[in-house]
Design a protein around this ligand. Sequence first.
Ligand SMILES: [Mg+2]
Length: 249
Amino acid sequence: MLKALIFDVDGTLAETERDGHRVAFNAAFRDVGLDWEWDEQLYGELLRVPGGRERIRHYIEHYAPPIECEFGEIRSIDRLIADIHGTKTAHYAGLVAGGQIKLRPPVAELLRAARRAGLRVAIATTTTRSNVTTLLEQLMPKARDAFSPIVTADEVAAKKPNPAVYLEALARLGLDADEVMAVEDSEAGVRAALAAGLRVLHTPSAYFPQRVDGVTARLAGCGPNDDAADCLVVAGLAELRAVEQAIAA
Ligand SMILES: [Mg+2]
């Protein structure tokens, strides 16, 4: 029986990637004197690499951007990545605080229904705790304490699709994998949850609209393909539970 939902953050709770992280990365590049610009298409490609620092490193190693900054200062790559990432985190917090990012309506309704039904809700994400805290305070100031546990990159270094962050969340919930479902938008996230033994409710997002194999169902209203026959689509928690009971029977 379903007792808890573990939510991914970026792309799942809100369209943080396109409107938040991408914009913040570009502002950070300018701040450290780099003439880099991640447009929406390029950022979609880079999102295949989970984790902000890892994404910057991948860009440097595979896209060979100019690294000499305006002061002519040659820094180590590790230091440069740390500088960019720290600056970017501050810009992201500013964008969130400015109300640029909204909770996605179908996910908001799922969250409300889950709490009404007495399900526990948790978070498993590869973003930093400071990003999560900032976002929850802005998106749901009254309900932000409802999530427990919140497992972030601060506690688990391995990024999705590694299942470590889900295994940690599951351990802290103290539940069996078959009592918990993950809510995820990206393929890497879905694979992480499946590898942890969880079932997955898929919530496609702007950068991850495509079907991912292995999910239990897709949440209606989250993607452009709700009419497609490639996946079971559920309108909300009640339908999800009905599907779950039918599968268990
Ligand atoms: Mg995501």
